[in-house]
Design a protein around this ligand. Structure first.
Ligand SMILES: C[S@@+](CC[C@H](N)C(=O)[O-])C[C@H]1O[C@@H](n2cnc3c(N)ncnc32)[C@H](O)[C@@H]1O
Length: 396
């Protein structure tokens, strides 16, 4: 019976590497050494005449790869590390890397039986019966997209985004990544930050309406936002609710862990008392929505995220230090390039067009340029636009 490439066998996942001829004695010795080296890991080998089978339960893949490479080096050809065994282990490492589904326990990946504890039986059928995103089913968006007109491509434009974006045709940008002013009372160059909340949200939503209009079918909008706890304003929920009302599909929420313990809020008299404790947050949120479809069309050659990045970044808690150059760029609320880079690689393809309607010092445009995406950045401050242009020029 033909074997499947990666088949579950009880507690183990079986990976087969075909062989032209049986392993020699020294080659078997090498396989035993690999098995013996990592006894704590949950795997074993079986050798047949025509293949080497690897039975995999649990593994720390980085540690395993290190051990294999070290043994191949140390043992040399006479110790079984023949050219074909280099090939066999390279193939095996590739196969392990391409196993897409595993659980993680105690730092190791569990490749088989990890969802034994799953409580929901018949999950797929139940999902189908419930149906997805009921709130956006009648979205009415059509799949016809437009190119971004040349005069807006790779540009930083000074102006009010609501007005600037009106000049764009509908559905012409692939992804919006932005961080609006949070209305905390920061000292921006032009923006009055700290107006009454109704005025704040009404302006913000007017800009977002334009963003939704210019976003392509299948495009994504990602908003970095922090709630204002002292005013009991959950901005991240209010914004998400607005997008859902506008029939965008909630793709998820990324928790940006800044590890910033400089949280000053404590209500007077609330120390060690249930009277009015303030919850402290060292993180912000990235709210991710898509328009019309969860799936974004694009060609495989335009994917630039690596397997390791993908595996790490789909875990929606990103630990990234806050931007350190705010003094240098004279802007009070920049986000770090790394945050945008991850979002771009995870949610867009090379060659896509990125819009930031609250562009500030142009961090989004800088990341887009470095990652071979087109960009359009808009900010109301001339000074910030000049800084953004300078940063973009510095990229070779
Ligand atoms: C939080 S900052 C964005 C900072 C940016 N992410 C960076 O890394 O430099 C928000 C920006 O929105 C700009 N802004 C506020 N209202 C605007 C509007 N109506 N149109 C365009 N830009 C606006 C402000 O000047 C400010 O630079």
């Amino acid at each position: 019976m033909p074997r499947r490439d990666a088949a579950p066998v009880g507690e183990y996942l079986r990976l087969d590497i075909p062989l032209d001829t049986p392993l020699t004695g020294p080659e078997k010795g090498l396989v035993d050494a690999v098995e013996g080296h990592a006894r704590n890991n949950g795997f074993y080998f079986e050798t047949g005449d025509n293949d080497l089978s690897f039975f995999l339960h649990a593994l720390d893949p980085a540690e395993f790869e290190g051990a294999v490479r070290a043994l191949l080096r140390e043992r040399g050809e006479s110790g079984g590390a023949t050219p074909r065994m280099h090939g066999v282990f390279t193939e095996l490492l590739g196969k392990i890397d391409s196993v897409r589904s595993y659980g993680i326990r105690g730092g190791r990946r569990i490749y088989a039986t990890y969802n034994r504890e799953r409580k929901v039986r018949g999950r797929k059928e139940k999902e189908a019966a419930r149906g997805p995103w009921f709130y956006a089913l009648d979205h009415g968006f059509t799949p016809e997209n437009n190119p971004l007109p040349g005069e807006f491509r790779d540009r930083v434009i000074r102006g009010d985004s609501e007005a600037v974006l009106r000049a764009l045709p509908p559905q012409c940008v692939d992804i919006v990544i932005t961080s609006p002013p949070y209305n905390f009372g920061l000292g921006y160059d032009t923006t009055e930050d700290g107006v009454d909340w109704e005025r704040y949200f009404s302006k913000l939503f007017a800009v977002f309406d334009e963003c939704i209009r210019v976003l392509k079918f299948g495009g994504r909008i990602i908003v970095n936002v922090q709630p204002l706890f002292s005013d009991s304003i959950p901005s991240h929920h209010i914004i998400s609710h607005y997008f859902m009302e506008k029939r965008l599909i909630w793709k998820g929420e990324i928790l940006w862990e800044k590890n910033n313990y400089n949280c000053k809020y404590t209500a007077w008299g609330s120390w060690k008392s249930p009277s009015n404790p303030y919850l402290k947050y060292t993180w912000e949120f990235l709210e991710v929505f898509s328009k019309g479809n969860q799936k974004k069309e694009g060609s495989r050659e335009k994917v630039d995220i690596t397997a390791e990045e993908f595996k790490k970044w789909v875990v929606a808690k990103w630990s990234i230090a806050p931007e350190k150059r705010m003094k240098e760029y004279d802007h009070p609320a920049m986000f770090p390039e790394e945050l945008v880079m991850r979002a771009l690689k995870l949610f867009s393809y090379e060659g896509d067009v990125v819009l930031d309607p609250f562009n500030g010092t142009g961090t989004t445009c800088v990341a887009a340029k470095k990652l071979n995406r087109g960009y359009l950045g808009i900010d109301i401050s001339e000074k910030y636009c000049e800084t953004a242009k300078r940063r973009l020029k510095e990229i070779l």
